[in-house]
Design a protein around this ligand. Sequence first.
Ligand code: EPU
Length: 292
Amino acid sequence: MAIPHRRDVPFARLTTLGVGGICRWLFEPVTEAQAQSFVRTCAREAMPWRTLGGGSNLVVLGDVEMPVLRLRLPQELRREGLEVQAPASFGHIRLSAATAEMGLAGMEYAAGIPGSVGGAMHMNAGAYGRELVDILARYRFLTAEGEWVEKAPEPGEFRYRWSVLGEGRVALGLTLRLVEGDPDRIRALVEDYRRKRGTSQPLGKRNAGCIFKNPAGLSAGRLIDQAGLKGLRVGDAEVSPEHGNFLINHGQASSAQFAELMALVRARVQEVHGVDLEPEVEIWEAPQPIVR
Ligand code: EPU
């Protein structure tokens, strides 16, 4: 089965951070069947590959030679009562806005979280004490062997910034279960979340969101801030003066510079606070480990 693909696409165009080299093979299926054919072929050939979503939670450190899968499914939402079905390649913020438009409440927290719905499933994206699994009725994915599965989430499958989909599975889509809401109240909440984010995060600069996970009961941003690291710069990579857990790219940051800045922050926080920060973003290293 022919699957649309492109060669040699710079990660500067595929990620919000804009760091990294070249994506040698970018496969962009427009149907679930094409995605399934891709996964089955890779599984049969024992060929490692990676899945890319909106590229907003990803730091790429070098060129990627293995095939990369990025879904381009039809941008259609289906609503049945309080349930809304969306494909994984739908924009996460767009879905939040669309459900608000429908007068459905529950996804306001996501109004400012970029990326694709598939990426949000992969990471169990969340903010302000809410996360995707709270409103997830069912989800669809391909197993690492290319088998199509739809199921309701079960305990342990979605945790803080982690889901079972990370293990070589490909998110295909989801069905949200929301509640009837008052349109004015929904709009006010969305505005409130947007405003909060706009004042505390450097949204005008290229970034990958929060770089490190919050250690239990602590804030990585505050730890970095208290260690005096805001404004620390390696080339074009800088610890945001606005939010310590955002590392920004002023335009030309290389993979090496970005990796060095991450390592410096980690080492300094360890020294000052005795805390080992764990990356929250996905990191594609070069040379690449086998992912499946
Ligand atoms: N703080 C500082 N200095 C800083 C940054 C933060 O003192 O440089 C303090 C703040 O004043 C606040 C506390 O640390 O008292 C927490 O900060 P914030 O409200 O910005 O939240 P966060 O814990 O840093 C988490 C998520 C964000 C999400 C916000 C809002 C993680 C790693 N981060 O940030 O998610 O947007 O809450 O809910 O879980 C992401 O996942 O990429 C992300 C940005």
